[in-house]
Design a binder for this molecule. Structure first.
Ligand code: C2E
Ligand code: MG
Ligand code: MG
Ligand code: MG
Length: 280
């Protein structure tokens, strides 16, 4: 990967002041090295039924394990990886890590369903569906083992048309979810044209619940919208029992948040799967 902007305009055309630019460049080269060394790890956050907390799925969340800086969260490097053209490689690594983990669980008799975050840039590649198909096939998994989480804007190619890559993923048989729903700019009309099964309600809506009546009305409306469209809604960012009860009262089918569990290391996720298989 070269710094494309270098040349006549020089590195300065990267934008920002030069100190910041240098910091970004060195972070980018560290990220590239991390990719070669596979210094990443996937954590798994439970997605549960809010009524009884029973485990229904996991969301895979990538972390960078840096020798100097320790564990680095995705908000600190995914945007950079997008800009640097490294997101396809990181996303591919995550997909393979998740499929390998699901294969291991299934070999232990543990059934799992995992959500994987997909960046808008991955959804601009016509070969992404075949990448997903190959990862599933390599680990002997059925496409229904995965839900791909996509953003509202990436779901659409333009105002009228669904993204053809999204349609191809649907045809492949993987499930699709709109992540951070309500935080983007999509209209409800456009939502109708995208073959998604799940709406993940952006954390910001739940933050004021139950005290903020407006926030409460909004989240109630989204849950009802999801039900009316035959979609499953997942409330993100549940941090209190009052919020949990609020969701149960409104028949929100699924929830995720620190109130139930933080993202877990693979071994902890395995223990949880085993425990929930035993009580099923
Ligand atoms: P997201 O997909 O919306 O994931 C949910 C984020 O909210 C996670 O942060 C999770 O740890 C956090 N979270 C969960 N429950 C709570 C809660 O109760 N309270 C609060 N305050 N936060 C909660 P994380 O792991 O730092 O990930 C941040 C974002 O990075 C993700 O947001 C996703 O957009 C992106 N990301 C993570 N992994 C990947 C990946 O493999 N590929 C891509 N493209 N993006 C990823
Ligand atoms: Mg997500
Ligand atoms: Mg989200
Ligand atoms: Mg997010």
């Amino acid at each position: 990967y070269e710094v494309k902007q270098a040349g006549r305009g020089g590195i300065a055309s990267y934008g920002g002041d030069s100190r910041q630019t240098l910091a970004r460049l060195s972070l980018t080269s560290k990220l590239r090295r991390a990719l070669q060394r596979e210094d990443f790890v996937v954590h798994y956050q439970p997605i549960v039924a809010p009524a009884d907390g029973s485990l229904r799925a996991f969301e895979a969340l990538v972390r960078w394990q840096d020798a100097e800086r320790g564990v680095v969260g995705p908000n600190e490097f995914i945007p950079l990886a997008e800009d640097a053209g490294l997101i396809e490689a990181i996303g591919g690594w995550v997909l393979h890590a998740v499929c390998a983990q699901q294969r291991a669980w299934s070999a232990d008799g543990l059934a799992s369903h995992v959500h994987v975050n997909v960046s808008p840039r991955q959804l601009r590649r016509a070969d992404f569906p075949s990448t997903v198909r190959a990862a599933l096939a390599e680990h002997g998994l059925d496409p229904t083992a995965l839900t791909l989480e996509i953003t509202e804007s990436a779901a659409m190619l333009d105002a009228e048309r669904a993204n053809p890559v999204v349609l191809a993923l649907h045809a492949l048989g993987v499930r699709l979810a709109i992540d951070d729903f309500g935080a983007g700019h999509s209209s409800l009309v456009r939502l109708r044209d995208v073959p998604v099964q799940t709406l993940k309600i952006d954390q910001s809506f739940l933050r004021g619940v139950p005290d903020d009546r407006q926030a409460a009305s909004m989240i109630t409306a989204i849950i009802e919208l999801g039900a009316a469209l035959g979609m499953v809604t997942v409330a993100e960012g549940v941090t209190s029992d009052a919020q949990r009860r609020f969701l149960v009262e409104r028949d929100c089918p699924l929830a995720q948040g620190f109130q139930f569990a933080r993202p877990l290391a693979a071994a902890e996720a395995t223990a949880l799967l085993r425990a929930s298989a035993a009580t099923r």
